[in-house]
Design a protein around this ligand. Structure first.
Ligand code: PHE
Length: 446
């Protein structure tokens, strides 16, 4: 992979590919329920704060390290900043394993729901029966594992078959479609009787609900959603030609990802209130339990439902591909493993770790490690610890170890004007390390 690197042909090609990694289950499955659990409006505000204050600058930093080194994460950090920094890349590989292991479980659910819309299992507006559909699926032992295996196989197939080009082209076509369907569903959700209260919940910050945990949740969600802090963005940056305007492209990706998450909140939270559910009561099942009621309340509902879950599966697939790709490239580049072997091996290990994650919703729901189910533990470890930590270290690396070199490189040696490069460096040196450090410490110890 390090020989004759391909690069993104067009600007839009890069943006769509990076957005393909960023936009996924994090936006549509995770964001709405995390926002619901953490107070709605106040969470939204803090989330946007995290994106603006830390997210954008670190996306730029990660892309830049990749572009400077033209290598995969571990080698890239080593090359631009020295041996010690390659640990950041190493932590990213471990994180990718962890995330993929629970990501495929949810990816499996989206496939199941796609089929449910066909066989009519979801045709109901009654929240109790929709909840039953969800718990029956996820609480089962074998079926969720079969769906997760199918999802994992699709991901491995894309990584292995080198149909990357095909999927990229498909994603370019399908992602705008997902966006349109999202808009239609938002329009229906916010006009459901009783939705007003949900809109108010989402848009009115109630600071009495804010605690240290809100910050931990917001920063974890921000990093997870931006595919940030584990080397995925770095890998995309390594394909970016030097004459691309990196800050502008990074901004486009960040804006797209955030916009889609915010819209997903508008799709789910008002409908949740309309169905009489407490915000924060649905947990990981929220989006799955709420949406069918929205489909049901619109003409052509099953068609919308099917298209929605199909597109969500594709969005999840493009994100999962970037996770597996990170792991596979590591073994290929560092150990000279064959692509086939690395893909099959990594996919298998992820699936095995995914088994207890899936059983967390059934057989193993009573097994708690540090007070969390296995699924939640994987999520917590990655979103709340290793991703923000990886981001923090990337900020330090680019802010201090590269410093002025980074400023020169981001503007392609003066050929691209980056008027706020000084602010960017200041954020990487001080604002991000102190801010993220504080959130990490208070989240872990208080
Ligand atoms: N950003 C992806 C999503 O929102 C998940 C992801 C995280 C992908 C980290 C790659 C790396 O679904």
């Amino acid at each position: 992979m390090s020989v004759a690197r391909e690069s993104w042909g067009t600007r839009i090609g890069f943006i769509m590919a990076a957005a393909g990694s960023a936009v996924g289950l994090g936006n549509i499955w995770k964001f709405p329920y995390v926002a619901g659990e953490n107070g709605g409006g106040a969470f939204l505000l803090i989330y946007i704060g995290c994106i603006v204050l830390f997210g954008l600058s670190i996306v730029m930093a990660e892309l830049l390290v990749g572009r400077m080194a033209q290598r995969t994460p571990v080698a890239a950090f080593r090359e631009v900043a020295g041996r010690g920094w390659s640990l950041v890349g190493g932590m990213g590989v471990v994180t990718a394993f962890i995330i993929l292991s629970f990501y495929i479980v949810v990816g499996g659910w989206t496939i199941a729901y796609m089929l449910y819309t066909v066989d009519g299992a979801l045709a109901s507006t009654d929240s109790a029966s929709l909840e039953r559909v969800f718990t029956e699926l996820t609480g089962g032992t074998w079926m969720p594992l079969v769906y997760a295996a199918v999802f994992m196989a699709l991901v491995a197939g894309v990584v292995l078959g080198g149909v990357g080009k095909g999927i990229e082209r498909a994603a370019k076509l399908l992602m705008p479609l997902l966006f349109v369907i999202l808009l239609v569903l938002v329009a229906r959700s916010v006009t459901l009787p009783g939705a007003g209260e949900g809109i108010a919940f989402y848009l009115t910050p109630d600071f009495s609900r804010v605690s240290g945990e809100t910050f931990t949740a917001a920063i974890g969600q921000a990093f997870f959603s931006l595919s940030l802090g584990m080397g995925a963005m770095l890998t995309y940056g390594s394909y970016m030609p030097r004459d691309h305007n990196l800050p502008a492209d990074a901004t486009a990706v960040v804006v797209l990802d955030t916009l889609i998450a915010i819209l997903a909140g508008f799709m789910v939270l008002p409908a949740m209130f309309a169905a009489g559910m407490e915000p924060g009561s649905g947990g990981a099942g929220t989006t799955f339990m709420v949406l069918p009621a929205v489909f049901d309340a619109m003409p052509g509902g099953p068609i919308f439902g099917f298209s929605f879950f199909l597109l969500l599966t594709v969005a999840a697939l493009t994100s999962a591909v970037s996770l597996l790709e990170t792991v596979v490239c590591y073994f290929v580049d560092e150990y000279g493993a064959s692509r086939r072997g690395a893909t099959a091996g990594s996919a298998l290990v992820c699936f095995l770790i995914g088994i207890p994650a899936s059983l967390s919703f059934g057989l193993m729901s009573d097994v708690k490690i540090f007070g969390r189910t296995f699924f939640n533990l994987l999520d917590f470890l990655s979103s709340s610890i290793t991703l923000p930590l990886g981001g923090l270290l990337t900020a330090l690396c680019v802010g201090w170890a590269l410093g002025p070199r980074a400023i020169r490189a981001i503007g392609n040696d003066g050929r691209i004007a980056v008027p706020w490069a000084g602010v960017w460096l200041f954020v990487l040196r001080f604002v991000a390390p102190i801010g993220i450090g504080w959130i990490l410490i208070q989240g872990l110890f208080f």
